[in-house]
Design a protein around this ligand. Structure first.
Ligand code: OXD
Ligand code: MN
Length: 590
C-alpha cells in the first residue's frame, strides 16, 4: 500500500484507539471465512442452519442500540448556518474533542479492522471511496455485503486518491457516550458508542447521503434517499424511475414489486437497481443517470413475507446477516409478520426464551423480533436484480417520484407542472407518524425529499441545488407525487398497494413517453381514469373519486403548514419556492 496519507491516518487513529492489532480487509473469500469463524467464536454472530439458510448468521445488538439515533447525529461544519435549521450542529473543534475522549483507548484488547470500500462500481465516474476503521467484525461482515471492499479499491486509490475517513468504535456501546459526527469540510465521519447498522455502516447514511449530498452540491450531482427500479414493457423498453419516500413507507417493497394478477397478460418485468440510495448525474445527453452506490439491502424484517415481498423472501435465503430477529430451535429465524406459523418457542431478539402470548410486567406482549430488526443481503441474490448494477454509466431516469403516508389530502398520483414545481412538491413532502414512531398518531411531519435526517448541509441550499440541477438538464425527468395510503372516512385504505402500484407506475411512464393526456388540477396533473389500467382490480369509480379528490379546505390547511415549514429557512429559502407557494395559493383561490 503506497498511500501515505491513508497510512498516516490509520496510524494516528490507532494511536488514539489503542487496538491490540490492525487487520486490513482485502475483500477475499478466505479472509471473510476467517472473520466469520472469529465472529462465531467471539459470540458476535450465531451461525444459522446451513442447510436451510446457507451462509447466514444472526447478530443481536444491545437493547438500547436498535435504531438510528438522530438526536446524537451531528453535522459539524465550521459555521452553524451551513448545517441549517433542520440539522443538529456541533462545532468541529468541540465535536472532535468530545468524541476523542470516548475513542481514547476504546479498542484496547480489540482488533482494529481497516476497510477500504467503494460506493459505486470501482473507478466509475459516480463512485466515491471511503475507508472505514472499526473494532466490530459485525460491521466488517455487513460492509462486505453492502459495499465493494478490498484490494481493487486500494489499487484505484493509488498513491494519493481522495477518500472519506470513516472512524467507528463500539467503545462501551453506551448510549450516553454515543456520537455520530459528520465533518463534511474534512470529508470525515466519526461514529462511536453504537453497533447498530445505520449508525455504524458508515458507507450508507453517513457517507452515501450526508457526506455525499455535501460533495454532490459542489460537484453538481444529486445524492438522494431514493430507490431505483426499471419497468420493462412487453416491447423490451425499460423505463427507470427513482423514488423517495420517508422510512417505513415501503421503498424496498416497491423496488422489487411483483406485477399484479390483472396486469400479468402485459408481461411487465421489474428490474431492481436499489432500494435506498440513488446517486444521479447529468450525462452528456443532458439526461439524468443514476446508480445505486450500494451492493446490498439493509431491510426491515417485520412484515416481510411472501405476500408483501416475495422477491425479498427469496433474496434473504442465503449469505444474509440477520439482526435482532427470533432464533428458532431449528436454527432458522422468524419475525412478526414472517411466512409460516408463529413458532411454538424460540430465543427472542434479546437472547431470552420466548413463547407466543408472553407479556411483560405491564401486560404488553413481548415481541419475538425487534420492530426495527433487519437483514443484510446482497442485491445480486434478488430475483429481480438489475443486470446493469455494475455498469459504470448507471441507468437513465425518466421519472422522479416523491411520496408520503397521507390518510387524506394527497391523491393517489399527480404530476408536477414542471421541474421547479416538482422541486416544490418534493420540498413540501410530508408523512403522518405511525404507531411505530414517537409522537401523536396521524401528526404530519415534513420530510423534504425524504432527506430530512440525511441532508449534510443547509436544506435551503439543498433546494437551491435541486433548482439549479433542473436548469442544467436538456431532458429533466418528470416529477410526480404518489400516496398509496389514502383512507376512506373509516380509516380503511382505499388503494390495495404492493404489486398493484405498478398500475400507477405504468401511467407515470406513459406520461413520460408522452403517450397519454392528463387532467389539470390546482396541485398538478392527474390521470383520466380511462388511462389507468384497472383490469382485475375491483375498484369502482366512487373509490377512484375518493382517491383523487382534491379538497380545497384541506389544501388551504396544508398551505399553512408549508408556510410555517418554509419560514424556518428565513431569507435562505429560494425565492422560486415562495413563488410556487403563492401560485398554489392563487390556483386554489380561483
Ligand atoms: C433506513 C432508513 O434504514 O431510512 O433505510 O431509516
Ligand atoms: Mn432509508
Amino acid at each position: 500500500m503506497q498511500h501515505k496519507k491513508l497510512k498516516d491516518w490509520v496510524n494516528k487513529m490507532a494511536q488514539m484507539c489503542e487496538p491490540e492489532k490492525i487487520v486490513w480487509i482485502d475483500g477475499s473469500d478466505i479472509q471473510k471465512k476467517q472473520l466469520e469463524q472469529e465472529a462465531m467464536s467471539g459470540g458476535e454472530v450465531i451461525q444459522l442452519n446451513q442447510e436451510k439458510l446457507p451462509g447466514c448468521f444472526l447478530h443481536r445488538t444491545a437493547k438500547d442500540d436498535v435504531a438510528r439515533t438522530e438526536h446524537l447525529t451531528f453535522i459539524c461544519t465550521r459555521k452553524k448556518h451551513d448545517a441549517g435549521p433542520t440539522n443538529n450542529w456541533m462545532s468541529p473543534r468541540l465535536a472532535y474533542k468530545k468524541a476523542a475522549t470516548i475513542f481514547k483507548g476504546a479498542m484496547k484488547g480489540r482488533t482494529m479492522y481497516v476497510i477500504p470500500f467503494s460506493m459505486g462500481p470501482v473507478g466509475s465516474t459516480f463512485a466515491k471511496v471511503g475507508v472505514e476503521i472499526t473494532d466490530s467484525i459485525y460491521v466488517v461482515l455487513n460492509m462486505l455485503i453492502m459495499t465493494r471492499v478490498g484490494e481493487a479499491v486500494l489499487r484505484h486509490l493509488g498513491k494519493d486518491g481522495e477518500f472519506t475517513k470513516c472512524l467507528h468504535s463500539k467503545a462501551e456501546l453506551d448510549i450516553n457516550k454515543r456520537l455520530i459526527l459528520h465533518f463534511p469540510e474534512d470529508n470525515t465521519i466519526w461514529s462511536v458508542g453504537s453497533g447498530y447498522g445505520g449508525n455504524v455502516l458508515l458507507g450508507k447514511k453517513c457517507l452515501s447521503l450526508r457526506i455525499a449530498s455535501f460533495i454532490a452540491r459542489k460537484e453538481r450531482w444529486l445524492a438522494e434517499h431514493m430507490l431505483i427500479m426499471g419497468i420493462e414493457d412487453p416491447n423490451g423498453r425499460i423505463g427507470y424511475i427513482a423514488a423517495a419516500f420517508p422510512s417505513a413507507c415501503g421503498k424496498t417493497n416497491l423496488a422489487m414489486l411483483v406485477p399484479p394478477e390483472g396486469l400479468k397478460v402485459k408481461n411487465y418485468r421489474i428490474w431492481t437497481v436499489g432500494d435506498d440510495i440513488a446517486w444521479m448525474r447529468i450525462d452528456s445527453d443532458g439526461s439524468l443517470w443514476a446508480i445505486n452506490p450500494e451492493t446490498g439491502f439493509f431491510g426491515v424484517a417485520p412484515g416481510t413475507n411472501s405476500k408483501t415481498n416475495p422477491n425479498m423472501v427469496a433474496t434473504i435465503k442465503k449469505n444474509t446477516i440477520y439482526t435482532n430477529v427470533l432464533l428458532k430451535p431449528d436454527g432458522t429465524v422468524w419475525w412478526e409478520g414472517a411466512d409460516g406459523d408463529v413458532p411454538a418457542e424460540g430465543i427472542d431478539w434479546q437472547g431470552r426464551p420466548w413463547k407466543p402470548g408472553m407479556a411483560d410486567a405491564n401486560g404488553v406482549p413481548v415481541k419475538a423480533a425487534h420492530a426495527n430488526s433487519r437483514f443484510t443481503a446482497p442485491v445480486v441474490n434478488c430475483p429481480s436484480a438489475s443486470y446493469r448494477l455494475e455498469q459504470h454509466h448507471g441507468v437513465p431516469i425518466s421519472a422522479i417520484i416523491f411520496g408520503g403516508r397521507r390518510q387524506h389530502l394527497a391523491p393517489l398520483v399527480y404530476e408536477s407542472f414542471n421541474w421547479q414545481h416538482g422541486v416544490f412538491v418534493g420540498a413540501t413532502m410530508a408523512s403522518e407518524l405511525t404507531a411505530a414512531q414517537v409522537g401523536k398518531l396521524g401528526q404530519v411531519r415534513r420530510d423534504p425529499m425524504a432527506m430530512l435526517p440525511f441532508c449534510g448541509y443547509n436544506m435551503a441550499d439543498y433546494f437551491r441545488h435541486w433548482l439549479t440541477m433542473g436548469k442544467s438538464m436538456v431532458n429533466p425527468p418528470k416529477i410526480f407525487h404518489v400516496n398509496w395510503f389514502r383512507c376512506d372516512e373509516n380509516g380503511k385504505f382505499l388503494w390495495p398497494g404492493f404489486g398493484e402500484n405498478l398500475r400507477v407506475l405504468e401511467w407515470i411512464l406513459q406520461r413520460c413517453a408522452g403517450r397519454v393526456r392528463a387532467k389539470e388540477t390546482p396541485i398538478g396533473y392527474v390521470p383520466f381514469y380511462s388511462d389507468l389500467d384497472m383490469t382485475g382490480l375491483n375498484l369502482g369509480e366512487a373509490a377512484l373519486d375518493e382517491l383523487f379528490a382534491i379538497e380545497k379546505k384541506g389544501w388551504l390547511e396544508e398551505l399553512k403548514g408549508i408556510k410555517a415549514f418554509f419560514n424556518q429557512f428565513k431569507k435562505d429559502l429560494p425565492e422560486e419556492l415562495w413563488q410556487e407557494y403563492e401560485a398554489l395559493c392563487a390556483r386554489f383561490k380561483t
